[in-house]
Write a protein that binds this ligand. Structure first.
Ligand code: CDP
Ligand code: CDP
Length: 224
């Protein structure tokens, strides 16, 4: 495919990016790539190996030993870390607490961006993250910048984790989201920021279907 379509979705923590991205991929038959899962999987690897984060040579060496692969089932994205399925483990609190720090490391970002750009070279894809419309695919045809009221975001994530049986307070989640948003927006390396040409999508009062309808309308013109 020569003129493949790239849809970039960026935004704050837990504001519905992956929900929208998965629904779009399903509806439009695009490939879905969860870039956050990649940073989370790298974080899991570093935590398991107790990698010394102050030693950049060690980080570069570790990155060479990390093989990340996605496999898609029913438009749900599963991530394999050196062949092991880690999709559930990377969503747990130990990873959530460290991921933004690890995602601020220049070498880590370089390696992830390279992989992500490769994935969007020839296929129609929808990718969600923090720097997709600004750094990974600055020429994406359609860019969304998602946001929602922080209390609503924490409540939604709380309900999601509760359903999975994770014991965690709403307050802890709220603090984690606020802390990650702070680190993500203030880091030196490609901080989370709205690309000038990104469409703002505030879903505080939108259902998942409403946000999907809104996005489809913006993408359709590029699909003729
Ligand atoms: O789903 P949630 O909003 O909780 O986060 P995520 O998309 O899984 O991303 C986890 C973390 O990875 C973010 O808080 C960022 O620190 C980092 N990340 C990033 O720096 N750049 C991306 N393109 C995607 C995620
Ligand atoms: O990917 P990101 O961290 O931005 O958020 P998500 O995992 O897609 O969404 C977080 C939670 O919000 C999920 O449980 C979604 O089902 C829920 N959600 C919602 O209730 N209403 C929306 N309009 C969007 C997402």
């Amino acid at each position: 495919m020569v003129n493949n379509i790239v849809v970039a979705i960026d935004g704050y923590s837990s504001c519905g990016k992956s929900t929208l991205a998965k629904a779009l991929a399903k509806k439009l038959h695009f490939i879905y790539v969860d870039s956050g899962a990649m940073y989370r999987a790298v974080t899991l690897y570093f935590l398991r190996n107790q990698t010394d984060l102050s030693n950049h040579d060690l980080i570069i060496d570790a990155l060479e030993h990390i093989d990340l692969n996605f496999h898609s089932r029913d438009y749900q994205s599963h991530i394999l870390l050196n062949g092991e399925e880690v999709s559930d483990e990377i969503r747990q609190m130990p990873v959530s607490e460290s991921v933004s720090l690890i995602a601020s490391i220049k070498e880590v970002r370089k390696a992830m961006v390279r992989k992500q750009q490769k994935m969007g070279k020839s296929k129609n894809i929808v990718m969600d993250g923090r720097d997709i419309g600004t750094t990974v695919f600055p020429h994406a045809q359609v860019k969304f910048f998602m946001t929602a009221d922080p209390k609503i975001r924490a409540e939604r994530r709380y309900q999601e984790l509760l359903a999975k049986g994770e014991r965690i307070s709403l307050e802890e989640i709220f603090d984690n989201l606020a802390h990650r948003d702070f680190l993500d927006t203030t880091r030196e390396e490609s901080p989370l920021t709205r690309a000038a040409d990104a469409i703002i999508l505030d879903n505080t009062n939108l259902t998942e279907q409403e946000q999907l309808d809104f996005a489809i309308e913006k993408i359709r013109p590029f699909m003729v």
